[in-house]
Ligand binder design. Sequence first.
Ligand SMILES: NC(=O)c1ccc[n+]([C@@H]2O[C@H](COP(=O)([O-])OP(=O)(O)OC[C@H]3O[C@@H](n4cnc5c(N)ncnc54)[C@H](O)[C@@H]3O)[C@@H](O)[C@H]2O)c1
Length: 332
Amino acid sequence: MNVLVTGGAGYIGSHTAKALVSSHYRPIVIDDLSTGHAHNVKWGPLVRASLSDIAVVRRVLKEHKIEAVVHFAGSALVADSVARPLSYFQNNVGGTLSLLEAMLDAGVKDIVFSSTCATYGLPLSVPITEDQPRNPINPYGDSKLVIERMLEWMGLARQLRWVALRYFNAAGADLDGELGEEHQHETHLIPLAIGAALKQRERLQIFGTDYPTPDGTAIRDYIHVTDLASAHICALQYLHRGGESRAIQACRHRLPRFPLKNTTNEKLCAPTAKLSSTCPILFEVTSAHLSLRLADESAHANTIHSAVRRHLPDDELADLASALARFIRIEH
Ligand SMILES: NC(=O)c1ccc[n+]([C@@H]2O[C@H](COP(=O)([O-])OP(=O)(O)OC[C@H]3O[C@@H](n4cnc5c(N)ncnc54)[C@H](O)[C@@H]3O)[C@@H](O)[C@H]2O)c1
């Protein structure tokens, strides 16, 4: 079966394209390469175009006899969305509008959508369940919520069948070493921590000290990118079996509980060894929450001055290093 993978040159999309082939699907990628890389598209054709170009999307759906869509394409930086809200609505909502219109014309009914936990905003309780209210607190989350609502309405009006996977933090890299996380402007914690451990950056900044956790810093849920890729395929299969349209949470693990059984891959050995040898990470902990930093760069500058600096104790470092090993980034 031919599956259109929008944003398939990006981080999660490229891992999913690979997983699709292993599950006997044929991925066709459409990507404007705004943040993705052509070299990540190895398992099927790449059409370099924006989703906003509806003529191209229509042509691709028809020419490749597409039967289902996995939709990753979009802008996904929370900070950037606070600074440039309109461009997030334009790219995420506008791009999806164009995609859905083209799908409707071509009679393609099944879509798995890459949504986000940012649709919830501040949760009422933790762990968050799918039935919690959706009150996003930034334009990125809001743009994804609008898309979820578009899917809901299109399901009612035009029998569109959809699954929205709400992820938390994707992390890790392809276990065969063929793909990795390659964001030019990196904001994700794991690659930043690895960068600090490898001395590629001076320190790892942690934002917020008043969370209800033992040390006041945030606890986050992570999901390995290959698990996420499998989740998309399960969602496709669920739709093909006649499953009802719905949103599903894609967050199962917290970092320290991640199984480490996959760290032995050869291509990962060198950086892993480097990471596990003593390389203290310099932490910079600031009381400012990330959202405050995003909203007001000058407030951020002040709080950085009063930031607490600390080295991680050796025993914690060993744990962190082995946990991070599974998340190591492949250098191209
Ligand atoms: N990375 C995470 O932790 C995370 C968490 C929750 C949700 N998500 C969602 O998952 C999706 C993929 O995230 P990612 O981390 O792989 O990001 P990414 O930036 O690596 O991938 C996005 C891809 O979409 C492409 N793209 C963007 N706008 C496009 C357009 N208009 N037309 C065609 N292609 C376009 C980019 O070039 C890129 O290849 C995003 O929609 C994001 O909102 C990611």
